[in-house]
Design a protein around this ligand. Sequence first.
Ligand code: GUN
Length: 293
Amino acid sequence: MQLLDGKAISSQIKSEIKAEVEQWMAAGGKKPHLAAILVGQDGASETYVASKIRSCEEIGFTSTLLRFDANTTEATLLEAVESLNNDPDVDGFIVQLPLPAHISENKVMEAVNPAKDVDGFHPVNVGRMCKGLPAYISATPFGILEMLIRAGIETSGKHCVVIGRSQIVGLPMSILMQRNAYPGNCTVTITHSKTQNLKEICQSADILIVALGRPEFVTAEYVKEGAVVVDVGITRVADATKKSGFSIRGDVNFNDVAPKSSYITPVPGGVGLMTICGLLTNTLKAAKREIYS
Ligand code: GUN
């Protein structure tokens, strides 16, 4: 078993981006600028956004955080999106999800200028990705592809099973793994809450991507000997032994599954750390006008 070490790979990617920013700016390019909108005080969202902002500072981007109250109206949020769309200094921005229930996430996503949609959530970017056109690939799929690439994992002709059909992970992952590219050329099965015989389907996976949001759901009996196992789960569970009062669990029972797998991502320290790299890569592409000129 080999660990797909998100900590090592993400720190390598960050130093590559930092070097590219330095080169870009030395050649007269503009300092990349990422803005983030955060609504309310959700603990996990606070942590994610703080870490995105910190990473921007580390690699030489400008960052701006716009905070809104949990009871902010949809109209106010749409105005903020419009003002970032029109701000020439902001290359890309994100609206941290989830949003409070009274605000339509789809409406907000669609209001973002696709050229600044560094989360890759706008239907135009999703559609372009599906057609194999230049597009911002969203953070988690980007992170997973990059882990497969850097470990040199063969994907062509393999059976890739994705558990979970979310807009953010499962759906884009299934599209990316079947495209005629590397990583890709897999035969993909996408599974979800209504799937029958889930265990049997997973047992035939060469590459198993688990993103259903149920802590330690996947045990050894789901996994074929020698499979590549990618755990996207990040669930906070109460843990009185931790200062924070919680610990983080993946969707895979690591100790059970690791001995059977050829490669496996740990949680924490796996896919989660890679996602920021996707966002930073997209922001640099936005600053360089590489996707939309
Ligand atoms: N919430 C969970 N993951 C993400 C992400 O990748 N981007 C945003 N904006 N919100 C999220």
